[in-house]
Ligand binder design. Structure first.
Ligand code: ADP
Length: 760
């Protein structure tokens, strides 16, 4: 890995030497500190951090190490102390799976808290937030600090208490939804969060890169518009190639001229592209077509109990609270002949990238940071520090096995699994999606091979299955492993049969196809060979795989397979590597393009945030309204000050929030129509910017004008402003969802007509 790092021109070498020297010094400091009693040790830590920075990093690491030993009963390895130091300096640390990142995160969180910072440790799911917070509690409390976790089922009061802690463990979506909900409060005391200073992100590349563009959405219920049954029916009758075409990477679908005519005839209209239909009927047709052609049942969603449930593609399981944007959700429901649910109005949304951008400091850890160096630098200005393994890697990574066709490949995978299983070696198979997992599991069972499948299970149950995946004779089938945060010990969770499994060669990891980025391949590989364990990894490839087809589009390569379909040539390997580099490049480009678009919205949001904060925390609302409507203000002077100030605040905030939500809806529409223009070869991003900037300017003014009108006309008495009398209801039934738009996941048959597909 070192050479790769140097080739990328990183500063890791220098940092590494420096922090290794600090760690060496810490070792000698530890002996004297071990003599101190608990209270004296905690005092020492406070003394070393009292100025808000580390007075003596070496001694501080030593104090942390001794305290960790006393409280968690674990002596940190030197590499862990080194990683802790790098986190405290604000880097993303590259540490392989099984090297003990949980402890590193715990020590760094405690360190930051001692420095007086409020820390959010961002975990992959609820289960890990709860587990890690409890696990870390003795260490944090040793220093008189507090720790808590925030998880899905918690009510606002519980959240408020939890967020008041020095260290908060929570999954990224909970934090994001709380940020969004806190944007709708009208009294400061209703906020559940307090600003945090530091985010320590577990599986950092997954959150910061792979899912960076996933928007978290807060919505309120209002009936929505969906493709009609007639349109759904017409679209069902269209045929691929004749009536519509799908682009190579299956992100976009387009009506052909013939297809458009067919729809026009069936609907009895002149032209879908006329002014009358372009913003309505055509949008509905496109939605229905998208649902019909790009969204595949059991790959992108499942139908259960009359409901469409989204599959979280990055994790390969049902994503409970997730919905697609409304048009798409309704279009899929119509396609499946289900009741179409009410649409929602998007009140607010934020991407993970913008969410993380709110923290003054972001750092994190992952087993695949080096491969994400470019993105981390480009999008977050973060550096990567590579931490050596505590024990040398004993895993053997085989060369890819490349086959001509999928059929040949699948046959070879089955026979490989059967061979390993016959010896008793545990096997973990990483598939591309849930449907493939199910098919593979069925095929294995038909051959008499018992296996566990990871999907749509709850986190705790899943953790238990993974923990046992290294036992003799186990076969475990799973979609992407990132975020399935439990380590796989050889011989079972309690390592009862460790020696036997070591003898067999450790855990064997099989990838059924290469991912769109080698980083995702490495996330899977990393499951084998933890802490110097023996292990084996191999990937199967067919020339029909999506990565090869899409990355190798337009290339003319002739490769001759053997009778069983295997292609043994170094040219084949070079070709496959090339295809993967092409798809990696495409993803980076999409990310960069989409970021331009998101950046603008996120800048606008911070302006709104700042305005909101002033309205909440000062009497600015009253001042502004009184200035513009002095007579009305004079009438209200008889009311107690706190009541009239709050009434003014309620009015101002109502119109501001309303304006922002309308602004977002408008930008959504603009995106749709820009999509149509993009086909007509105009540059969408410039057009988008122009509209977004102009509209934003009027938003602020309109919000104030409307507030003045309301201030003049609405009833205001001892009970405050009676906004609902005037039909000005704050949306109450709010729900939250994540838009499952993860271009990295799966075969890249990624979803929605959303952002990513438009700016390609
Ligand atoms: P990662 O998240 O890096 O894959 P984990 O944090 O899950 O790794 O830790 C892997 C395993 O190593 C856990 O069982 C943990 O208890 C153990 N471990 C971590 N650090 C140490 C240490 N310093 N000494 C002994 N065991 C450790």
């Amino acid at each position: 890995m070192d050479w790769l790092w140097k080739a990328l021109g990183g500063k890791s070498g220098r940092n590494q030497k420096k922090s290794q020297a600090v760690v060496a010094k810490a070792q000698s400091a530890a002996q004297a500190l071990a003599e101190l009693d608990d209270a004296a040790l905690a005092d020492r830590a406070r003394a070393l951090t009292s100025q808000g920075e580390l007075a003596d990093p070496a001694e501080f690491l030593a104090v942390l190490g001794v305290a960790t030993q006393r409280t968690l009963k674990i002596a940190p390895f030197d590499v862990q102390s080194q990683a802790t130091l790098r986190l405290l300096e604000g880097d993303v640390v590259h540490m392989a799976t099984g090297e003990g990142k949980t402890l590193v995160g715990a020590m760094a969180a405690t360190g930051y808290a001692l420095l007086g910072k409020r820390v959010h440790v961002i975990t992959v799911n609820d289960y890990l937030a709860r587990r890690d917070a409890e696990w870390n509690r003795p260490l944090v409390e040793f220093f008189g600090l507090t720790v808590a976790s925030v998880t899905e089922g918690m009510i606002p009061e519980e959240r408020r208490v939890a967020y008041a802690s020095d260290v908060v463990y929570a999954p990224v979506n909970e934090i994001g939804f709380d940020v969004l909900r806190d944007q709708l409060i009208t009294r400061r005391e209703d906020a559940v969060q307090r600003g945090a200073d530091v985010a320590i992100v577990d599986e950092a590349d997954s959150v910061l890169v792979d899912e960076a563009l996933v928007p978290l959405v807060l919505a309120g219920s209002v009936p929505g518009s969906a493709p009609t049954g007639q349109i759904t029916h017409i679209v069902r009758g269209l045929t691929e190639d004749n009536d519509f075409t799908i682009d190579d990477d299956r992100r976009n679908v387009f009506l052909t001229e013939a297809g458009a005519h067919k729809v026009e005839r069936a609907l009895g209209i002149d032209s879908l592209y006329s002014d009358e239909h372009v913003g309505t009927t055509l949008v509905q047709v496109n939605l229905a077509l998208h649902a019909r052609a790009l969204l595949v049942r059991d790959v992108h969603y499942i139908v259960r109990e009359g409901k469409v449930l989204l599959i979280d593609e990055s994790k390969g399981r049902v994503a409970d609270l997730q919905r697609w944007p409304d048009g798409i959700q309704a279009a899929v429901e119509a396609k499946e002949g289900l009741d179409v649910t009410d649409g929602g109005r998007i009140l607010d949304s934020i991407t993970l990238q913008a969410l993380l951008g709110r923290y003054p400091r972001v750092c994190g850890m992952t087993g695949t940071a080096v491969e994400a160096t470019d993105q981390l630098r480009q999008f977050y200005d973060l550096r990567v520090s590579v931490i050596d393994r505590n024990r040398e890697l004993q895993r053997f990574d085989q060369a890819d096995r490349i086959y001509a066709t999928n059929v040949d490949k699948e046959r070879a995978i089955m026979s490989e699994i059967a061979g390993l299983h016959a010896k008793g070696q545990p096997v973990l198979i990483g598939t591309q999606d849930v449907a493939e997992s199910e098919q593979l599991a069925t095929a294995l069972r038909e051959q008499g091979i018992e296996c566990s499948v990871l999907n749509a299970k709850n986190d705790a149950e899943e953790a238990r299955i993974i923990a046992e995946a290294g036992d003799i004779g186990r076969v475990t089938v799973s979609t992407q492993m990132a975020g399935r945060g439990t380590d796989i010990r050889l011989g079972g969770a309690d390592e009862r049969d460790r020696d036997a499994v070591v003898e067999l060669g450790g855990l064997a990891v099989i990838g059924t196809a290469k991912h769109r980025s080698s980083r995702l391949d490495n996330q899977l590989r990393g499951r084998a060979g933890r802490q110097g364990d023996p292990g084996l990894s191999m990937f199967f490839v067919s020339l029909e795989d999506d990565v090869v087809v899409s990355g190798g589009a337009g290339e003319d390569v002739t490769l001759t397979p053997r009778a069983d379909g295997l292609i043994e040539s170094s040219r084949a390997q070079r070709f496959v590597d090339h295809c993967q580099r092409v798809t990696e490049g495409q993803l980076l480009e999409i990310h960069a393009q989409t970021w331009k678009y998101n950046k603008l919205i996120s800048d606008q949001r911070s302006i709104i945030d700042a305005r909101r904060a002033r309205l909440l925390d000062t009497d600015l609302a009253w001042q502004e309204l009184a200035e513009r409507a002095p007579e009305r203000a004079a009438e209200l002077m008889g009311l107690p000050e706190d009541i009239r100030v709050q009434a003014a605040r309620d009015i101002m905030l109502f119109h501001l929030d309303n304006g922002w939500s309308e602004h977002l809806a408008l930008l959504d529409d603009v995106r749709e129509s820009i999509h149509l223009k993009a086909i007509a070869r105009e540059t969408p991003i410039d057009e988008f910017h122009r509209i977004a900037v102009t509209e934003f300017k009027t938003l602020a003014q309109t919000a104030v004008d409307e507030a003045v009108q309301t201030f003049k006309s609405v009833r205001i008495d001892e009970d405050g402003a009676h906004l609902s009398d005037a039909g000005l209801n704050r949306p109450s039934a709010t729900w939250t969802y994540m838009v499952g738009d993860n271009p990295l996941a799966n075969k890249g048959k990624s979803l929605i007509s959303g952002i990513a597909s438009i700016f390609k």
